[in-house]
Design a protein around this ligand. Structure first.
Ligand code: PLP
Length: 421
């Protein structure tokens, strides 16, 4: 049953209640390995489902365009303070609706349409919103994109520097969605300084690792830091933009009134609770366990003959190149899902296959670590993955269903916040 319980939804709208309950069970039964996903605590769920959703609060604390902010102002101030303290930044804006609008606000703050932005190419591990062609950030701005080296699978800082010196971008993004290695913030900062660009670190994937001390922080190197709140940081769906004092007012103006209307106060409350949780010593243990699990899983997969982009991982994420297995990422991901192991297909750098049918599988450990799995479970997980991928190639559904049952039995031993038997 969903936690907190949803008797009112069930009474008013059984159809929706049933879908919510079934989704809760699905999340409980599967080994969820999508690296951008997690399980939020019941406390975060409660805050996010509160009456704060009823309130309009355009503007910032003390400068609102609606009355009745006696309690929203202190809530937003508290959330901002917690973000500033946890990450050690001068300024935080907690209003962006999600990661994509947060990044768009950065464009609005520092670029005119047609001006140059530099980011990591999507198929190399970057994010759509760092100037990729199909995104508004690539259509309305002049975008130059860097990648990774074919031999190492990691960013070539010499290439980044040459490109920046030649193109003189006003903004440089570092960070992405499929980067299994530590991001070299000092090296990016040096290039930004040399070329006069604003460095933006998009830490959407690794914010929780940074908060928990399991990845170096961009603070002191990137003037602007964007992040989602719902990935490793384990909060509700939302985002934050953090910055130096100097960049604060441009960021605030870009978020509101530049891009958005009223902030989602229920989300702000959920972010506040998540930031409080992330400030506890237990979150440091969590962040380190995410990385320990990812390393153990990477090792177990390598031992079974899997080829990992960059040869392994430093963080929560593993990018598998399935070329040696002779199966595409898409059929593999579909087979794995049937086997109770949820992943997503992904391009690998220099992919020989098409973007809709790429060679890669992207996996990560934030969600299973929240459930309580540790290094000792990773060889079993790798073994199931290997068996399921082979079964997917042969379309052997009996094997996939058998594995799904075994995965369910394992996961039943690990409580899920948001669900109870
Ligand atoms: C997930 C992600 C985003 C976008 O976040 P949404 O909330 O999905 O809009 C932006 N940047 C990076 C690096 C991400 O991983």
């Amino acid at each position: 049953m969903h936690q907190p319980p949803i008797p009112h939804v069930a009474g008013t709208d059984p159809e929706v209640a049933e879908l919510i309950q079934a989704e809760a069970r699905r999340q409980h039964d599967k080994a969820r390995l999508i690296p951008s996903e997690n399980y939020v605590s019941a406390a975060v769920l409660e805050a996010t489902g509160s009456v704060l959703t009823n309130k309009y609060s355009e503007g910032y604390a003390g400068r609102r365009y609606y009355e009745g902010q006696q309690l929203i102002d202190p809530l937003e101030r508290l959330t901002v303070q917690r973000a500033e303290r946890l990450f050690g930044v001068d300024h935080a804006n907690v209003q962006p609706y999600s990661g994509s609008p947060a990044n768009l606000a950065v464009f609005l703050a520092f670029l005119q349409p047609g001006e140059t932005v530099m980011g990591m190419a999507l198929p190399m591990g970057g994010h759509l919103t760092h100037g990729w062609g199909v995104s508004i950030t690539g259509k309305w701005f002049h975008s130059v994109q860097y990648g990774v080296r074919a031999d190492t699978g990691t960013v070539d800082m010499d290439e980044v520097r040459d490109l920046a010196l030649r193109e003189r971008p006003k903004v440089i993004f570092c960070g992405g969605t499929a980067i299994p290695r530590t991001i070299d913030f000092p090296a990016f900062a040096e290039i930004a300084r040399e070329t006069g660009a604003v460095l933006v670190a998009d830490i959407a994937h690794i914010a929780g690792l940074i908060a928990g001390g399991a990845h170096p922080s961009p603070v002191g190197f990137a003037e602007v830091i964007t992040t989602t709140t719902h990935k490793t940081l384990r909060g509700p769906r939302g985002a934050m933009i953090m910055s130096t004092e100097e960049r604060a007012s441009a960021i605030d103006k870009a978020v509101f009134p530049g891009l958005q209307g009223g902030p989602h106060n229920h989300t702000t409350a959920g972010i506040a609770v998540a930031l409080h949780e992330a400030a506890q010593p237990s979150f440091r243990t969590y962040a380190r366990q995410i990385v320990a699990n990812a390393k153990a899983l990477a090792e177990a997969l390598t031992a079974r003959g899997y080829s990992l982009v960059s040869g392994g991982t430093d963080n929560h994420l593993i990018l598998i190149d399935l070329t040696p297995q002779g199966i595409g990422g898409k059929p593999a991901a579909r087979g794995l899902d049937r086997a109770g192991i949820e992943t997503n297909y992904n391009t690998v750098p220099f992919d020989q296959r098409k973007p809709f049918d790429p060679s890669g599988l992207r996996i990560g450990t934030p969600a299973i670590t929240t459930r309580g799995l540790t290094e000792e479970h990773m060889p079993q997980l790798a073994s199931w993955m290997d068996e399921a991928i082979a079964a997917a190639a042969k379309e052997d559904e009996d094997v996939l269903d058998r594995i799904a049952g075994e995965v369910r039995d394992l996961m039943a031993g690990f409580p899920m916040p948001g669900w109870s038997q």
